[in-house]
Write a protein that binds this ligand. Structure first.
Ligand SMILES: [Zn+2]
Length: 883
């Protein structure tokens, strides 16, 4: 057992490790319930550690210790001490020595899915962040870097495929063919969290890649037998990512092989283990019949993300887990840039910003708010958050904005040159950009330590006589847990001023300072920019390209938004204007619902949207984004307090219907003219066409007419790809009735044998806003295809209900909260990491109206009072309830 109240770990307490491990030799003999791990470590005192080295402390959990020897001499019982979390050798040799340890682990009984476990009969491992300590005793921290040689032994029938990090060295059979083995060697020093091992009966597809210096790399993707044809897209994505990293960042791959393995039970999306990436199979397997365009896109971006980690994360790793954003924020930035280059830059930016606002802005507005680099944690698994990942990426993007692309690249080159092979910190990363550019980023560093979403409160004054326009900007920095007062940030603020005809006015500052590319630099709490030679009252286009992760408020009139939607040269901001206009319309409808009053704003917005979406020269994918109304969660976030999700749901329905009716002919035209002709292709242009068609269908269906429902049913039954089929299924499940049930039954019959695709069936039912949904979801937790031990099933059913169904999760009777709380408690005994994730869906509970708030509090208190909570859940629930 861990202590009752786990102690927080703090950044300021960081000390270099007392001992270093230079070489790790592992010999793993796989067995379902009794896997033997023999480890031989080359250990030496760390010269960088202050004073005498003292005792050697090794982390270890859920291990059965069988043998321990120093320099081949077994240790006596009195020479070491074992607890549930640690093994301590009081007086190790003062000179370099060899430590040998034999432990036993139980892969079959490992439902936490950290360390070595079995998924569908396949042995696999997950070590980030602290899983290696569930394999053997080790200084399990990212600043201990070693080379690994790994021998894996198994029953050849059970596990013909044996993989580990690095390059293959040797393989053979022993014991008259009853066992076989493989030896792998990874010459690149790495921290233990990047260790990986796989053993199983898997099929594979293979290919090769020629690197920029002409080296040949063997590539393979391992999947379940019979699913080889679904791995082609992942392979294609991998090769494009490898090429892109060479061209854009000059990064070349450094081993002879690169392997990807798809497993069905996985806590995360995927893991970047050196040379052996392990993936959740829903992020590898795709065919037109089984995967939506969104999944194709996710596969492309996650395969790229994990591959990019080879340099940002593996070659240069993190000194400690507080620096997690150093590898994650940076690598998300890199994968977003990759997808932008492969697809449409503007559409990618819209998708990324939408995701950031939905997840990170919501996180930052609630009790779980924390800085991009947190200063303390109890369970590091709780910090794989939108703030560390998505906001972390925005912080890197801001550096690029402030420095310019060319100088940014110089800074990256310097980072790779200076820190290759090291465990680095955020300070060292920023220092490279200061050294490359000569720009002082002292104030900019606040982005790593101050939490919360800054708000830029702006005002624009126009002086007709002097032809000047004055833009005032104030940084309002809301208090967040533990941070009541904040210093102003250094913010790249990209703007434009539109003249009456919609064209950009040249930006000239009164003091003669040049404005390059519309970029202003904010550094003070209040700043005023006075522009000269402005011929008429301009309409400001603020935060173009979303140049910083902030909220902007400015008092604009409806006609201003209409001009921006129609004419802004910055396509991102054209979309942003449409989204802001839609949001303010929805907020107004929410406010007057039930009051008997009415508003004409919905009608005005719909007309403006009609004009915007019909403009010439726009990609279908971009038009599809214009047609996507803000989500109910987005509206709730903007309202901010006393939120009534039922009212928001009604308002959303009302506006969708209005838009569907006002744009009917345009939408019908999109729907008819963009149907797929010929064979399916996952490329971004074809996907964009399908996205626009499905966006149109959503709004046409919202009209609620008989003809619309018939069209929707036909869309389902006539679908030739999963994109169309799944889209229709979600809509039909939301409508319910005979058509809904028929589609769900049909989908089930077709896909019940496929554990990946069937998740769509669970999710579609969980997201239905109908009143009967909770009952149905409860029943589905007892369905034979559902299992609490399978994270994908939990996410599809319980996650979709809690995070994707605002109206039913937030039922006024509190039963939605009670249900999710019970599931969290049941899960906590099986897989604490996933339990804590599910609990995170309560993050906005304080913003609810008082009745629901009381119900949510009750559910959270029930969890908090439970005696046997894991540290994961305990940490989250305490933060949620802290005043
Ligand atoms: Zn990552």
């Amino acid at each position: 057992m861990k202590p009752e109240t786990p102690r927080p770990i703090r950044l300021k307490d960081y000390r270099p490790p007392a001992y270093l491990v230079d070489k790790v030799d592992l010999d793993v003999s796989l067995d379902p319930t009794c896997t033997r791990v023999r480890s031989r470590l080359s250990v030496r005192p760390n010269p960088a550690a202050s004073g005498r080295s003292g005792p050697l402390r090794l982390n270890g959990e859920h291990l059965e210790l069988a043998e321990i020897a120093v320099n081949r001499k077994p240790l006596a019982k009195k020479d070491y001490k074992v607890t549930d979390v640690e093994l301590t050798i009081a007086r190790p040799p003062a000179k370099p020595f060899t430590l040998e340890i034999v432990t036993f682990v139980n892969p079959e009984g490992n439902t936490a899915l950290q360390g070595i476990y079995r998924s569908n009969g396949v042995y696999c491992s997950q070590c980030e962040a602290e899983g290696f300590r569930r394999i053997t005793y080790f200084p399990d921290r990212p600043d201990v870097l070693a080379t690994y040689k790994v021998r894996i032994e198994a029953d050849p029938e059970e596990a013909p495929v044996l993989l580990s990090n690095g390059n293959p060295v040797e393989r053979g059979t022993i014991k008259g063919g009853k066992r076989h083995y493989a030896v792998w060697h990874d010459p690149h020093p790495k921290p233990s969290y990047l260790f990986a091992l796989v053993g199983g009966d898997l099929a594979s597809i293979a290919s090769t890649f020629r690197t920029m210096s002409g080296r040949k790399v063997d590539l393979a993707i391992y999947v379940e037998h019979g699913k080889e044809d679904r791995a082609a897209w992942a392979m294609d994505s991998l090769k494009r990512a490898m090429r892109w990293d060479e061209e854009r960042f000059g990064r070349e791959y450094d081993l002879d092989v690169f392997n990807i393995v798809a497993v069905s039970d996985f806590n995360m999306g995927a893991m970047e283990n050196k040379g052996l990436n392990i993936f959740n199979d829903r992020l590898v397997l795709a065919s037109p019949e089984t995967a939506t365009d969104t999944i194709f896109e996710h596969i492309e971006s996650v395969v790229a993300h994990e591959y990019f980690h080879n340099w940002t994360g593996n070659r240069i790793t993190c000194r400690d887990w507080f620096q997690l954003c150093l590898k994650e924020g940076l690598t998300v930035f890199r994968d977003q840039e990759f997808t932008g280059d492969e697809r449409s830059k503007t559409v990618q930016r819209i998708i990324d910003v939408r995701k950031l606002k939905t997840h990170q802005f919501a996180e930052d507005a609630g009790p779980l708010s924390h800085p991009v680099r947190p200063e303390s944690y109890i369970e590091i698994n709780n910090f794989y958050t939108a703030t560390v990942y998505e906001k972390g990426a925005e912080v890197v993007r801001m550096i690029e904005k402030l420095l310019g692309a060319e100088t940014f690249r110089k800074g990256m080159d310097l980072y790779f040159a200076r820190h290759d092979g090291e465990a680095a910190t955020v300070e060292q990363f920023i220092q490279c950009f200061e050294d490359a550019s000569g720009i002082d980023l002292t104030q900019f560093r606040l982005w790593y330590s101050q939490s919360g979403t800054p708000e830029l409160v702006c005002g624009l004054k126009y002086d007709k006589a002097k032809k000047t326009a004055e833009l005032e900007v104030e940084q309002v920095l809301p208090p967040t847990p533990g941070q009541p007062n904040k210093k102003p940030f250094h913010i790249p603020f990209k703007i434009g001023l539109l003249g009456a005809n919609g064209h950009d006015i040249d930006l000239q500052l009164e003091d003669g300072e040049e404005v390059t590319d519309g970029l202003l630099s904010l550094t003070k709490r209040r700043q005023t920019f006075r522009f000269t030679d402005v011929p008429s009252r301009p309409v400001p286009s603020l935060l173009r390209d979303f140049s910083a992760p902030v909220n902007v408020t400015i008092d604009l009139d409806d006609p201003d938004y209409e001009l921006l939607m129609a004419a802004d040269s910055d396509l991102f901001n054209r979309w942003q204007a449409a989204a802001t206009y839609a949001t303010r319309t929805l907020v107004e409808i929410v406010r007057i619902l039930g009051s008997g009053k009415s508003t004409a704003r919905g009608q005005r917005y719909a007309k403006a949207l009609r004009a915007a979406v019909s403009s010439d020269g726009l990609d279908p994918a971009y038009r599809a984004e214009l047609l996507r109304l803000p989500t109910q969660a987005d509206v709730a976030r903007i309202i901010g307090k006393n939120v009534d999700p039922a009212l928001i749901h009604r308002a959303h329905k009302q506006l969708s219907r209005l838009v569907g009716r006002t744009l009917g002919d345009v939408l019908e035209d999109f729907y008819k003219s963009l149907a797929d002709k010929g064979t399916f292709s996952p490329d971004s242009e074809s996907a964009g066409r399908r996205a626009l068609r499905n966006s149109a269908l959503t709004l046409l269906t919202a009209r609620g007419g008989k003809r619309d429902l018939a069209l929707l049913s036909k869309h389902y039954s006539g679908a030739t790809c999963m994109t169309d089929r799944a889209h229709a299924l979600y809509l039909l499940a939301g409508i319910g009735g005979k058509e809904g049930d028929r589609a769900l039954q049909h989908f089930y019959d077709q896909w019940k044998g496929d554990h990946v695709v069937i998740d769509t069936w669970f999710a579609a039912q969980a997201q239905s806003p109908r009143a009967s949904t909770l009952k149905r979801v409860e029943d589905l937790t007892r369905h034979p295809l559902f299992s609490l031990t399978a994270p994908n099933k939990v996410r599809a059913l319980i996650g979709s209900f809690a995070a994707g169904n605002p109206v039913q999760f937030n039922r006024p009777d509190g039963k939605g909260y009670a249900f999710v709380a019970s599931q969290v408690l049941a899960l906590d005994a099986i897989n604490p990491q996933i339990a804590a994730r599910m609990l995170g869906t309560f993050r906005s509970w304080r913003a609810l109206e008082s009745g629901r708030r009381a119900q949510a509090r009750k559910a959270l208190q029930r969890i908090a009072k439970t005696k046997t909570l894991s540290p994961d859940v305990k940490e989250i629930v305490s933060k949620m309830l802290e005043a």
